[in-house]
Design a protein around this ligand. Structure first.
Ligand SMILES: NC(=O)c1ccc[n+]([C@@H]2O[C@H](COP(=O)([O-])OP(=O)(O)OC[C@H]3O[C@@H](n4cnc5c(N)ncnc54)[C@H](O)[C@@H]3O)[C@@H](O)[C@H]2O)c1
Length: 251
């Protein structure tokens, strides 16, 4: 099914949209007719230029509340709107529980969870001034099941699922819809090391009923759907886009 035009006339932000899932989401939103602003610590302007369709690129760090407010205000100023936010920027550290460095724990929570909160707060202020909007948060299967040696990442993504429910519960009366996507393993720069590790490749394919990992466009489509009128009654949900990983408890 073509998504062409389903987001026509809308504008908003994809954080961490310079590469990986955020890049695919930004491209899909632009293809669906939206004016997309990428806010990223690196590569935002280059990505926006490659996407075209009036896309904007702003350098910004989701952990910096003043910087986020300024960037989002610039998006609203330059587009005249602020209809959607995709909280996609994220980091992941791999370390066993007993040796997990505290600063890496703090950094992971800061970017993945606090960053999503900071961006949502800034976006909601602009959305409310225009009668509402949609927020999509990138969680992970790690927010629902434990991925070994990723305690901070798992905790941050569990927090993103709870954040999603809180925003949905508190802001629905003001016309804000909020949902999360929980991807399984998807081929991006973040997950690239997995595909060079035969043990991981085996674990991924055997844990995934569809027998493979995902591609970024397979996350972008659900993100477009969640921000579109077709999802008008979808609210406070976490959509697992994982090839069946979390549905699979058997042998
Ligand atoms: N790839 C996967 O398999 C997978 C699975 C589940 C969830 N996710 C989630 O999807 C999101 C995107 O993952 P990805 O695989 O595309 O990662 P990636 O590392 O390929 O891209 C992440 C992007 O976020 C940007 N970024 C990082 N910290 C930032 C900050 N403080 N402020 C602004 N931008 C920042 C990076 O510069 C980069 O462009 C993340 O939240 C990740 O946890 C990914």
């Amino acid at each position: 099914m073509s998504a062409e035009g389903v987001l026509a006339g809308r504008a908003g932000v994809v954080t961490g949209g310079a590469r990986g899932l955020g890049r695919a989401i930004a491209e899909a939103f632009a293809a669906a007719g939206a004016r997309v602003a990428i806010v990223d610590v690196a590569g935002a302007q280059e990505a926006a230029a490659e996407i075209g369709a009036g896309a904007l690129g702003l350098t910004g760090d989701v952990t910096d509340p003043d910087g986020v407010r300024a960037a989002f205000a610039e998006v609203a100023e330059r587009t005249g709107r602020f209809d959607f936010l995709v909280n996609n920027a994220g980091v992941r550290v791999q370390a066993p529980f007993r040796d997990h460095p505290l600063d890496a724990w703090r950094r992971t929570l800061d970017v993945n969870l606090t960053g999503s909160f900071v961006c949502a707060q800034a976006a909601v202020a602009l959305m409310l001034a225009r009668g509402g909007g949609q927020i999509v948060n990138l969680a992970s299967i790690a927010g629902a099941i434990s991925l070994r040696d990723r305690v901070a990442y798992n905790a941050s993504k569990g927090g993103v699922i709870a954040l999603t429910q809180s925003i949905a519960a508190e802001l629905s009366a003001q016309g804000i819809r909020c949902n999360a996507i929980a991807p399984g393993i998807v081929e991006t720069p973040l997950s690239a090391p997995y595909f060079r590790d035969a043990r991981m490749v085996g674990a991924i394919t055997s844990n995934t009923p569809l027998g493979r990992w995902g591609q970024p466009h397979e996350i972008a489509g659900p993100a477009v759907f969640l921000c579109s009128p077709a999802a008008a009654f979808v609210h406070g949900q976490t959509l697992f886009v994982d090839g069946g990983w979390t549905a699979h408890k058997g042998y």
